[in-house]
Design a protein around this ligand. Sequence first.
Ligand SMILES: [Zn+2]
Length: 420
Amino acid sequence: MASDPLFERLWNGNAPMEEWTTAVSHGAITPVADGIITVHTTYFCGSVTAIRTGEGLVLIDTAKPDTARRTLEVIRSWDESPIHTVIFTHGHIDHTSGIAVIDAEADAKGVPRPRIIAHRNVKRRMERYVASQGFNSLVQGQQFNMSGYVYPVGQRQPDAVYDETLSLAIGGRRFELFHGRGETDDASFVWLPERRVLATGDFVIWVFPNAGNPRKVQRYAAEWAAALRQMEGLKPAILIPGHGPVVFGDERALQMLREGAEALEYLVGETLALINRGATLDEVLHGVKLPPAFLAKPYLAAKYDDPEFLVRSIYHFYAGWFDGDAAHLKPARTAEIATELAELAGGARKLAERAARLSEQGKSRLAVQLAEFAGTAAPDDPAIQAIRARVLQTAIEGDSSLMGKAFLSVYQRQAQQRAG
Ligand SMILES: [Zn+2]
C-alpha cells in the first residue's frame, strides 16, 4: 500500500527485496480493492490475486506447491467460496503448479475443480517441458543451485485457451485478458476495468526485465516493451506485478510501465541499429550500453537478468545464431584450440598464470577466457584448476546478476573439485 513504510523504502531503493520477502513469508494479504486481494509468500514465487464474484472466487495464478498451500490457507481466511476460475498469466511453474493444491481442496470438498483459462501457448509450453525435461531440470538446478532437481511435468492443462484478447464476465465482474510476448510466448495480463486494477503477470517483476536468460528459449524484448505500452494505455490505478509488492496510484503505476518499456526499447533500438549496419555480435555486445539511470531505478536493477544477456537475445532474435566471426561458423573443437594455444604459450601453466594476472588487474573477461583455455588444455592439473577456480570466483564477485553469478558458479565449482 502507498502508505506502507517498507513499500516506500523499496520504491526509493532504500530496502532490498529480501526484506520484503521476510516480511511476507508467513503469507501476507494486500487488500487491493473491494473484493480483491493479492497474497504473497516470497519474492521468488509468483503472487496470487483472488477476486470475489457472484459465482465464486477467480484466482490469477496459483503459486507453486511449497507456497500454494499457505497461499490457499490465507485466501480461505478471507473467503470460503469455491474457486470458480483460475487464470494462468503464463506457464511458468511458480505461477501454475499450485493448481494441484487447489484441485485437491476441491476434491476434498466434493465441489467441481476450477476451470483454467490461459493463452493457447501455455498448452504448447507444457508439451515442450515434457520434450526437454532433462535439460530444464539441469538448468533450473544450475540457476538456483539445487543439485538433483527434477523439473515437474504433467500438471493439469488449461480448459479454455484464447489467442489475442478475451473478455469474461464472471459473477458480475468483468475480466479483460490481453496476450503479449515478453519473458514467454504464452503470457497474459489481466485488466479489471471497474477498479482499474491491472495484474501484469511477469511483464513487471521489480527487477530488470528477464528477457535475456542465457539458457532458456527465446525471449521477446521488443514485444515486451509493446505490451508495457499497451498497459500504459489502459491507465491503471493499481498495478499487481507478477513478483513483488502491489503498486498503488496512477502516477507510480504509469512510471513503472513507462520506464520498463523505455529501457527495453533502448536496448532493442541500439542493437538493431548496429545489426542493420552489419555489426558482428562482438561489436554489438560491446557497443550497446544501457544508460545507467535505468539501472539505478529500484525496479529496474540488473539483479536477476543482465542487460548484456538481453542484447544477445535481441541479436539472436533478429540475426540468428551466427555471431559474424568466420572461425565460429564451423568451429574447431574447443579442446583442440586450447591445446594449441597452450603449446604456443609454452604450456597451460603459462596461460593460467597470465589469467591470474589479468584477473588481479580487473580484466575479468579476458582472464576467464584464458583460464578456461588453460583448464581445458590441462583438465587434470590441480594447480591450474585452482587458478581457474580463483579467476572464476573473482568474476562471480564482480557480477551483479543472479544469472551471471549462477552460471559462472557451475564452472567455478567444477574447477574447485578438480583442484582437489
Ligand atoms: Zn514468475
